[in-house]
Design a protein around this ligand. Sequence first.
Ligand code: NAD
Length: 471
Amino acid sequence: MVKICCIGAGYVGGPTMAVIALKCPQIEVAVVDISVSRITAWNSDQLPIYEPGLDDVVKQCRGKNLFFSADVEKHVSVADIIFVSVNTPTKTQGLGAGKAADLTYWESAARMIADVSKSDKIVVEKSTVPVKTAEAIEKILTHNSKGIKFQILSNPEFLAEGTAIQDLFNPDRVLIGGRETPEGTKAIQALKDVYAHWVPVERILCTNLWSAELSKLAANAFLAQRISSVNAMSALCEATGADVSQVSHSIGTDSRIGPKFLNASVGFGGSCFQKDILNLVYICQCNGLPEVANYWKQVIKVNDYQKSRFVNRVVSSMFNTVSGKKIAVLGFAFKKDTGDTRETPAIDVCKGLLGDKARLSIYDPQVTEGQIRRDLSMKKFDWDHPIHLQPNSPTAIKQVSVVWDAYEAVKDSHGICILTEWDEFKTLDYERIYQNMQKPAFVFDGRNIVNADKLRQIGFIVYSIGKPLDP
Ligand code: NAD
């Protein structure tokens, strides 16, 4: 029986391995993590992450051929294929701080693999890493092992949170990069054989190591760039009377452009887009390509601009001050169908409003009060680009209440900010909401999900991103 071990039981490691276990009943899959609480949650009825369809997949295989364990070394030592799916955040100190990827977790995983391995292994980069990381990993492994052979593969993950299970069941492509040697080719084939259980072979792309590593950074940069492009257009729409939805539709029907990822919004978030672009910027700078670095940096600048533009719009619409006014924040996660708040635009928007002394009442169906308070009390790191939002003080945090119902959040408020596109916000009883709000009642739709005309008929003053302003 082939044995797979995945180091890192997070948003990627957990779902990815659960799907491999489901699709390959003859493979034994162990997911290991140094976080005992995370492993305990994976072994309970309350999984550590919210992802539609995940519970079902885990329930079908857990205890059969899928195991979650904090005994990292035991499972690594016996595995044939080791996926490494640890976090690779942005460095906050030292050389490259604010841009470079922090590979501390990766390096410690690699040293441990070398230490405990007693047989030859395939080590798979599942985490998103800078291009050329495999070279460093090879050095660490070969210099620390006792005659054991390691083949490094790059197999970046392209799933999107909120649709992870769907994406894993039916991926656009699976990318495998490896050394162009007989051993490398053999390792690529071994990993290909795993995916071939459910992924059509023509969707399994094989490249050299560096192309695979760089493709992941490139994919995230391109996706984020589309969002920043349409958001930049949304600002121009507001200035000119054009409607960004009409512009998106018009350009998206061009088959060279395509319709996806053209929704204007308050900005992108999530743990990956900003981190991976910063990393790309750093790699460009290190390779003597400052113009290319500046090009990609602009994607983040526009994203920050969009968030501060939203805050400015809220404050200026509400007669230039939100001081003491209650504002309901609907949605805190960085997108719908996840409880993940990493780099969510809601953090910067809430901080901006708190900076003007608003009182916030926040509701998100999947984010806990503890998480929201933690996120809002964290100081924003200076990413070396202008962000005009205030850092938060402990006093400001007292201006925040977190509630478990949208109607409770909006009661007596002066305005509503919709920051996550949860489906339930589209179908709220806005007549009832209007009755219970201070007047004039404002809606600032940061995701363009409500019917603005209908809300205006009720009496709301509505701001939608990139749309003609309230008449
Ligand atoms: P995560 O923080 O949810 O999970 C990482 C896990 O690794 C944590 O539970 C941590 O405790 C564990 N870990 C760290 N060092 C360890 C060690 N030495 N031994 C054992 N466990 C260790 O991160 P994530 O969102 O799953 O992302 C993982 C990687 O995948 C990152 O590189 C990320 O950029 C990439 N990625 C993420 C997504 C996404 O949507 N979240 C999508 C594609 C790629």
